[in-house]
Design a protein around this ligand. Sequence first.
Ligand SMILES: C[S@@+](CC[C@H](N)C(=O)[O-])C[C@H]1O[C@@H](n2cnc3c(N)ncnc32)[C@H](O)[C@@H]1O
Ligand code: SF4
Ligand code: SF4
Length: 254
Amino acid sequence: MFFQIEVTTHCSFICFYCAGRDMPQRHMEWPVFERVLGGIPAGAHAVSLQGEGEPTLHPRFWGMVAAVRGRGLSPTTITNGYEIDVGRIAAELPDVAVSLDTLDEAEATRIGRLKLPRVLESVEQLAATMGPARLRIMTVDYGQDLAPLRRYLQGLGIRQHIVQPLQRKDDYARRYPGRVPAAGAYHYRCRFLQAPVMRFYDIGGRELPCCFIKDTSAFTSIDALAADLARGVVPAPCAGCREILRDVAQVVRA
Ligand SMILES: C[S@@+](CC[C@H](N)C(=O)[O-])C[C@H]1O[C@@H](n2cnc3c(N)ncnc32)[C@H](O)[C@@H]1O
Ligand code: SF4
Ligand code: SF4
């Protein structure tokens, strides 16, 4: 199973699509982290230290990595690639993902992915130090031209390129009204609730069934979400989720 722990909501970037920019800015407290980690069962599980913030900014990020490894679990993360310790990542993480949306510095700055030259330097150093097979690039497709980025990654030998559309869920999309289609009809079957696919622990250590619930104000329990969907009601924390939409249309191109 896949586990994800939101270790911080702080970030040095201001991506226009990031739900974390509207959240209280805090680091996960160490006792909360220890409790969450202690609850993850032993086994060949990946634990991603990452939520709606830049994980490497947590002052005890490397202690968290060591604690995950100490439990015999496999640590990973997604980083914005700014101010990272390439040598340590190569030595202590089996794999890592870096987010990169464009090679155009002015465009990167416009969308809030700052310091592009430094990020590209990180990507190139990681590819050289770890080998491209241990590196994944995450891209949000918001309508930009992806061809130059794809050529660049090919040149570096990086094959794992995950391109995701802008999130449609209400609790993300409120940051970019009009950029994604409004929710249509639902089918009410969520694969994250039908079987435990993953567990996400938010900054306060709250256990969630997926990584898509950013507004937890109406969340009570995983069972309550499943019960609502079973009777044909979309619970507020799931509003707009593509996992339960019948017609998953793509991003509205700007
Ligand atoms: C929330 S970030 C946290 C990790 C790190 N700060 C970073 O940006 O890589 C994790 C991933 O989610 C993506 N992401 C954030 N908001 C999104 C949205 N509204 N739609 C699609 N992807 C999104 C980011 O681009 C990044 O690849
Ligand atoms: S770098 Fe990551 S956490 Fe920071 S604003 Fe962008 S998506 Fe959000
Ligand atoms: S937010 Fe989406 S993926 Fe998560 S439980 Fe609700 S319907 Fe399922």
